[in-house]
Design a protein around this ligand. Sequence first.
Ligand code: HPA
Length: 245
Amino acid sequence: MLAIIGGSGLSQLSSLDIERREVVRTPYGDPSGALLFGRIGNEPMVFLARHGYGHTIPPHKVNYRANIWALKQVGAEGIVSVASVGGIRADLVPGALVVPDQIIDYTWGRAATYFDGHDSKVVHVDFTDPYSAPLRQRILAAAQRAGEAVFDGAVYAATQGPRLETAAEINRLERDGVDIVGMTGMPEAVLARELDLPYAAIAVVANYAAGRGASLHGIAMHDIEDTLHQAMGRVRAVLQNIPAE
Ligand code: HPA
């Protein structure tokens, strides 16, 4: 069973026939909401809205440990994250879909490990390749079947938020080699790795990053919402093609 974590713009999945919902508690507290069980195509899926079903949990307050733990606990075998991002690389314009292959973590103060030394031993997971290569390939193949163009590979920066970045911060991220910037990719990805859950992401470029493209006069939330709204239809089409292996 595959899990889908929906981000901004995807707090429900109309293509998922919901069969039941389940409230799951974890040793790390409560996940962002009930888990929704259903199917895409013939394949069982479990869905969780990262920011809650009313979109009320900001990126720095998401209980990432509870979310990933809950998905593992109910038997998820992999996680596809849907996340909205700002585009830094010139070709990653609003509306683009991107399957990133690397991460730089700029977040701070988040509970970012299950191995925090209380009664577990010290564990250093390998994170050379933060995303699962086979799961990335599955997403890319699904996009091809859906006829949706996606960019294969990008460096994702996770910033703390909830504010957007300054123009100088975006310049720094670009010098660091970053292509897209979002607020939730970490610690989500590493927690999945710690639990041995393959994890990959579909990033939706919602806006030009600060100081880029047409955002000379700042970034308007209503533009972001419009872009996300139309792009999420395409993300759903990709997700629907994931089972057809
Ligand atoms: N910066 C950080 N996170 C984001 C952005 C952005 O410009 N757009 C959507 N999520």
